[in-house]
Structures are given as C-alpha cells and as structure tokens.
Design a protein around this ligand. Structure first.
Ligand code: AMP
Length: 541
C-alpha cells in the first residue's frame, strides 16, 4: 500500500526559495578580493541567482550541462551555484590549488561549458586557455570598474547578470538529477569526480542542520573558512540558507588577522575550517592578547585535530569544538564530535579525549569497520580495520565510471581510512590505507611525485610519505633508493620535480636509503616505510 502524501521533489532550489520567503533580510557578508566588505541579503541573492540562470540560458546552457567555478567563498559564488543548480545544470567547483595542468585536465574531463572565476585566478586561466577544449564562455567575478584586462574575451559577472529578468522557472526535474560536481585527488590515479544529486544534497543538508551535527539556527552567524570548492563548504552553502543563518565569506584572505577581523566585526557564532587555519588564528590571538567573545562553536575537520588546538579553543577561549570527519565522497560530513550524553559531565581529560576522536555519525550515515576478509569488527573502541560507509548522501561511484565499482556487495563504500568504532558509535581514525598525503587540508599525490623522481637517472626507486608537521599536519618526505653506484643529492632530486608539480607539493626533505621495502606483490610497502620514519623530524617543522 502506498502512503498518501505529496510528491515534493527534494531539489536545492527550494532551499534558496525558503530563505527568500522566511529569512529575506538575513545577510551574506563578503570580503571581496579587492579587500572591501560588501553585504547582500538572501532576498537579493535569490534575484541574482535567477539572473545567473537567465544568463546561462542565453548562452545555451541546459539540463545536465556543467558550469565550472574557480572561486573563493563569496555571495557571487553562491549566486552562481543556485543559478546553475536551479535550472538543472551542474555546478562544478574546481580546486584552484591544483597544478594548472590538472585544472585543465579536470575541466576537459567534466566538459565544462562556462568557467566563472575570481580575478586571483586569471593568470592560471590565461595559462591554460589553449588547453581548455570545451569552455566557450569566461566570466570573472568583477564589475565594470574592477574588471581586469584579459585575453579570454571574458565578461564581468555583474555586467553579465545586470538588467536581466529575476524571473526564471527552477526545478521541474527529478530529485535524483545531478546538481554538483567536485573532483577529489584523495585517491590514486587521476582526480575523480563526485557527482552530487539534488536529493543527496538536500538530505545531507537536513541531517547536518541538526543539533548534534552542525546545529545552527536563523540567529547564528556562520563563517565558512572551508572553501566552497571543498564539497559545498562542508554543506554550509546549503545549510546556512536552509536555516536562515547569516553567512560571512572570507574571500581570499584566510590569515589569522583577516579571520579575526571577521569573527569579531561580524559577531560570528559558528565557524568551520581545517586545523591549519585555526593554528594561524590562535597564534594571532595569543600574540595580540585577543578573545573570542561571540564565537560559540568551531567545526574542525579535514585532518585530525591536534590536541593543543582543541584545548586552546575549549579551555582558553571557551569555544565548543566539534571535530568532524568526512570526505568529498560523503557530501562531505560523515561523523561529528559533539559530546554524547553520557560524557557531558565527565572530567575535562575524558571530554578532551573524546573530542580528539572523529565523532559519531548522525542519522543518515552508516559506518562499520571490517578486517581484510570483509568481516565486521566488534564495536569495542579498539579493533581497527577498514572504515566503510553507506547512506543517501554517499557516492555510489565516480563521474563517467572512473575507478569502476566502488561499492561492496552490501552497498558500502571503502573510505581508505583505517579506524575503530566504540559501543556508542564514536569513530576514531588510526591510519590511512590510501596512498596520498594531506597537507593543510589539501591532497598531495605521492604517486605523481614518485613517478617523476624515478625518472631521474640516479634513482632506482622512490617513495613519498607524509610526515607530521605542526602547521600543515603532514608534509611530504621523499625517500630515495639511489641507482647502483650513484650518489644523487637532495638538490638534484628536488630540481627534477621543479615545474612538474604544484610548488607546494615539493617535498620538505629527501632521505636516502639502501633499499625501499617492497610488499609481496612488488608494490612499495608504505606501512613499513612510515614505521621506519615515524620519528623523523622535517627541517621545516
Ligand atoms: P577530502 O575528500 O579531501 O575531504 O578528504 C577526505 C579524507 O581526509 C578522509 O578520508 C580522511 O583521510 C581525511 N580526513 C578528513 N577529516 C579527518 C579528520 N577529522 N581526521 C582525520 N582525517 C580526516
């Protein structure tokens, strides 16, 4: 028997429609790349988004077409989002921190038709323009006065939408229609596209708004330092308008002083970023003897929280820390570290110990840990194994089928993380099975570095591993096994990488070993190598 309820497709355009009707005067405050701070409301954002839809339709964009952005967090970026998604086109956020060749590769793979970007990235776009096979329209986030000279025939965003109708039909397609595309380089091989649907984004939004998750309300002021190109700014680009919370967008400036100015000036109550950002803020606060009187909650994820950051926020500044774990593939929130009821009144060390773990899945996310045979391990807080995840906002595969089937027989996705789970569902990451390095919240491909290094005539084998770094969490160490009779130098090895990888991927140090350990199948045994170098101190640390 069928229920007798309305068919109300879960599409993200309804989120902004709701914000316009229920919280029309709540604001989005943006620090522009020019440095000035501008304010807009959800009602105005709605109109601007409709204008974006009309501009896109005039360039021939239709259902399923991909629109790329290379953008900082800003109100204009939000308008591009909703304007794209509302008409059933797909908003593809590109990570500007990738090597320009990788950006071109991703844009071609996604077959992006329009590229909308911040002025900061003009040199990148100019450099790759001849490699872009499908992009026909370039739009720069600028007005007539701030539009830079360019060789792309680009149009200024404000001029592009100015004077257009604010009426345009949104929705009208199935809720399973694709709405967002985000490539992850946190896997081996080429970056892979995670293709969010309207339904998955709406369900993720509903789940993450709840009290034990992000827990924001219409009276909150939320500063997403985490970029919109990282899985929808951890969903905040959707959950803030859904609740009516004010948004404060930091643009390109994420240093301690700039973030503090926004936190204090805008009376921010909730903020979210990777640990590296918080380290810079805490240093700035300490050096200038400042406090955080308005801030209630800081959401920290992307990498494990260092204990000094956790204790500084909780004890020195009385700000509630919510440790979050997730992936691009999980939309991205998978677990959140709000304290479970039985630990609310525990002593400080117990509470801090709990918060150092990655947290508990909200309703809508299923987690389990399994051994190498795929058998589920006990939820005892000790047994570590492969972390698997299942849910309505978890990827079922990658765009264009890249990477093949990624689900097991029961529909679980292997995260590549190694973890344990306790009897109350608290998950703790203990290792990483995937062969990548995470530095300041961004991925570095060990394999790309190794492939170039082994091309050097004096190198027999090469392995890049992540070594703990107090600011960036991990930095790459390149381990080299010299070719017979050769004695390459660190400088020679690093010079061979120059120009072939993004500069910030350059290993912080090179170590030479007689033999790089190999596993049974001849692959480098990274576990053994990480064990050998576990106490290694980088010269940059
Ligand atoms: P991304 O797809 O770039 O968001 O990266 C997801 C991966 O980052 C996860 O699979 C973990 O390896 C790592 N990660 C994310 N959050 C945390 C966390 N709180 N603690 C430890 N590792 C994390």
């Amino acid at each position: 028997m069928q229920g007798i309820m309305q068919d109300w497709p879960l599409t993200v355009d309804k989120i902004l429609e709701h914000a316009r009707l229920i919280n029309p005067t709540r604001e989005i405050v943006t620090r522009r790349v020019e440095g000035n701070i501008v304010r807009t409301t959800y009602a105005d954002l709605y109109d601007q988004s409709k204008q974006v839809s009309n501009a896109l339709k005039d360039t021939g964009i239709a259902l399923g077409d991909r629109i790329a952005t290379l953008g900082w967090n800003s109100a204009r970026h939000m308008a591009s989002w909703y304007g794209t998604m509302g008409i059933g086109a797909v908003l593809h956020t590109i990570n500007p921190r990738l090597h320009p060749d990788q950006i071109a590769w991703i844009a071609n793979h996604a077959e992006d038709k329009v590229l909308i970007f911040d002025k900061t990235f003009l040199p990148i776009v100019e450099a790759i323009k001849d490699k872009l096979e499908t992009v026909k329209t370039f739009v720069i986030y600028a007005d007539q006065d701030t539009m830079p000279v360019n060789s792309l025939g680009a149009v200024a965003f404000d001029m592009w939408i100015d004077g257009r109708s604010t009426t345009c039909e949104w929705g009208g397609f199935p809720e399973t229609t694709a709405c967002g595309l985000c490539y992850t380089s946190g896997t081996t091989g080429n970056p892979k596209g995670v293709l969010y649907s309207h339904r998955s984004n709406v369900l993720h939004t509903l789940v993450t708004m709840s009290k034990d998750a992000m827990g924001m309300g219409a009276d909150d002021v939320v500063l997403p330092v985490v970029p919109m190109f990282h899985a929808n700014a951890w969903g905040l680009a959707l959950s803030c308008p859904a609740t009516g919370a004010n948004m404060v967008m930091p643009g390109a400036q994420m240093d301690g002083a700039s973030i503090y100015e926004l936190l204090d000036g805008e009376k921010v109550t909730i903020t979210a970023a990777v640990p590296t950002v918080w380290l810079m803020l805490l240093q700035y606060l300490q050096e200038n003897n400042l406090k955080l009187p308005h801030l209630k909650k800081v959401i920290i994820g992307g990498s494990a929280i260092p204990e000094n950051i956790l204790r500084a926020f909780e004890i020195d500044y009385e700000v509630d820390v919510v440790h979050a774990w997730g992936m691009t593939e999980t939309s991205p929130l998978g677990t959140l570290g709000t304290l479970p009821p039985h630990l609310m009144n525990a002593d400080i060390d117990t509470r801090m110990g709990q918060k150092l773990k990655q947290g508990r899945p909200p309703y809508g996310v299923e987690l389990k840990v399994v051994n190498d045979e795929g058998e589920e391990l006990p939820r005892d807080g000790k047994s570590s194994g492969k972390l698997l995840v299942r849910g309505a906002a978890i990827a079922a595969g990658y765009f264009k089928g890249d990477g093949g089937n990624v689900l097991d027989d029961n529909g679980f996705f292997d995260t590549g993380d190694v973890a344990n789970i306790d009897e109350f569902g608290t998950m703790q990451i203990t290792d990483r099975a995937k062969d990548v390095i995470k530095s300041g919240g961004e991925w570095i491909s060990s394999i790309d570095i190794e492939n170039i290094a082994v091309g050097h005539e004096k190198v027999a084998n090469a392995a890049a591993i992540g070594i703990y770094h107090p600011k960036w969490d991990e930095r790459p160490l390149l381990v080299i096994q010299p070719a017979e009779g050769q004695t390459p130098t660190k400088e020679e090895i690093l010079a061979s990488l120059e120009g072939k990888i993004a500069k910030w991927w350059t290993p912080d140090d090179v170590a030479f070993v007689e033999e790089i350990p190999l596993g049974a199948t001849g692959k480098i045994n990274k576990l053994a190598l990480r064990e050998t170098f576990k106490d290694y101190k980088l010269p940059t640390a």
